[in-house]
Design a protein around this ligand. Sequence first.
Ligand code: NAD
Length: 492
Amino acid sequence: MLDGKLLIGGKWKTCDRKFESLNPATGEVLGKACLAGNDEITETVKAAKLAQKSWKRTDVSERAKIIIRIGDELLKRSQELKNLITMEMGRPLSESNTEVRKTSEMVQYFANEGKTFLEGDAIPINPHNFSFTRFEPVGVVGIIKPWNYPLLLPFWAIAPALIAGNTVVFKPSDLTPFVGIEIGKICQDIGIPDGVINVVTGDGLTGKSLVSSDIDMISFTGSSETGKNIMKNSADKLHRISLELGGSDAFIVFKDADIEGAINGAVWGRFMNCGQVCISPKRIFVEDDIADNFIEGFVKKTRELVIGNGLDPCTDIGPMVSMVQREKLKLQVEDAVRKGAMIECGGKEHLTLKAGFYYEPAVLTGVTPDMSVMNEEVFGPVAAISVFKNMDEAIALANRTIYGLGASVWTKNLDTAMSMSSQLECGMVWVNDICTLHPQCPWGGIKHSGMGKDLAKYGIREFVSIKHVNINLGSDKTRAWWFPYGKYIKGR
Ligand code: NAD
């Protein structure tokens, strides 16, 4: 059984209160981690503030040289990391492997490009007067992350925050504390100075306590509901916040699309990570001429998916992360059925895999806008498919949501693609592709899906304050607009 401690100021410390982390494939206890409270948070933020004084004075290249070692270390430890991810949150090993690889790529990207992204702009004003901008670290950044990408999401904030000269207090999800602890160990082992990265495990109250602490910024990824709470709780402190929240992405298939490609993309996009992905296509809209073929192909492929323990290399769909998430999903499906939706396949607990939190991937047709599957985020293996007649209707249906994270459009017509990409109300649009992630491309949503950007140069600039410096080298003793104002009035 794993025993989790808190990483505070470079030391691993235990605490009185603990909570359990379960393996969702078996329901067994994987270990017990510390439940940090106000006292631990205060101590940790203090340690991070102290460490920031010297960390921010190091050159950005020096910081990047340290951070790049994380990328190598992740690959060295990939075997143990992918096993831990799969055991703690249930996803198939091949997906955990991709997560480790992508995390390493993304860390290396920030380490290589950070210096360029942190160079300010020169702004000439006139021959004697010029300005420039300087990107300065915000201070201590509280990083609060969810369980669905427990390695990638923390590092895509930790890496840019550290390179920019901030120190970090990281709070992993209460469902994946041990992957979070591993992040602390990796950073320590590659030689990050004491206090520069701190890890506090705990639940929502631990997160709330971090938000109310003497922190300078909160970088949050999680549900829209928690994002709104964080925004409210940040108001008094007025610290900076960056919010990456939930989504209900549309997947729109026009009749000229490569139908087979669209079906493969939709099934993978909707069901990978057991449907627990922010940018998963949660609402699928198909043009009426091809709807029957699309649905038939989608249902056939869904039935072929192999459900099982993620540690089995043949598994396509692991368990959901927790009983609570599965119960929430069941209620959403029940609501849809009550209001007239048809379940084409799946939609129930697995008959034989009873110990874990399994749910058979479901395909719903005949869905209508009043159903919760069309209005709320559906965070599990349920695909809701409906039909549209023309582009205007597709846009209206896709935009009919409080969320605005991403969208995926399938067509061979570039004009259609361009028109859709400008009219969809969201932060990211994929054309003939789904759920791709490149560190060079900005990431983030609008509406209730959040504010601020991750990745690319925008991602690192979330973690800096822009300072404007103006220098005047002229010899003028005064300016036309300085006192006395009456100097230009005749007779004075
Ligand atoms: P969650 O909001 O329940 O929890 C996220 C984190 O916030 C956890 O660490 C939790 O302990 C903490 N927390 C809970 N209450 C808090 C509070 N009041 N103050 C501070 N911290 C608090 O989300 P989850 O279930 O862990 O993750 C799933 C959600 O994350 C989905 O909505 C998904 O769409 C979203 N998500 C978004 C993105 C994105 O890039 N936009 C990426 C991944 C996941």
